[in-house]
Design a binder for this molecule. Structure first.
Ligand code: T46
Length: 137
């Protein structure tokens, strides 16, 4: 599965902590977009799609959230609950975000600008078909 967990370097001192994320160094892509999600509670599931070419790194900068990952063959679950940890999600990976703590803020660094129509696959059946055909569409 094309995912990876990162431990970012924590620059802590007696004033608190700081994490710096640099494109091409701490995440393996150029960052073209940053967005963040908050105000979701434990009853909500978000995501439920895959991307054809988008690469992303997810950092839960406050609170906690569970990420389900699926490449059409296996499914994994990662709990993000530490702002110094990042989850890289490569292209062609189905993702779901669930079990948000009420105070969760999920920050996402993305390799591309927003392309709703072309890059998203919202239909899980279609995703499985693409994965089965090794993405030869
Ligand atoms: C992903 C997971 C982790 C924009 O206008 N610009 C943007 O860059 C994004 C990401 C979204 N939007 C609009 C589109 C919808 O009207 O914001 C609304 C909510 O987006 P969406 O339903 O896609 O949100 P999530 O949380 O289900 O998924 C998002 C990302 O779309 C997706 O790429 O991997 O977070």
């Amino acid at each position: 599965m094309n995912i990876k967990l990162f431990e970012f370097v924590k620059k802590g001192d007696n004033r608190g902590n700081l994490v710096a994320i640099e494109a091409g160094i701490d995440v393996p892509f150029k960052i073209r977009r940053v967005y963040y999600v908050w105000g979701s509670d434990s009853s909500v599931t978000r995501g439920l799609h895959a991307h054809r070419k988008l690469e992303q790194a997810l950092v839960c900068v406050h609170g906690a959230v569970t990420i389900i990952l699926d490449d059409g063959v296996e499914r994994k679950e990662v709990r993000l609950d530490d702002p110094s940890r990042g989850l890289y999600i490569g292209r062609r990976t189905w993702r779901e975000m669930k079990d948000f703590s009420g105070d969760a803020i999920l920050m996402v660094l993305a390799s591309e600008h927003y392309e709703e129509e072309e890059d998203y696959i919202h239909d899980y059946k279609k995703f499985l078909e693409c994965a089965k055909k090794d993405w030869k569409e």
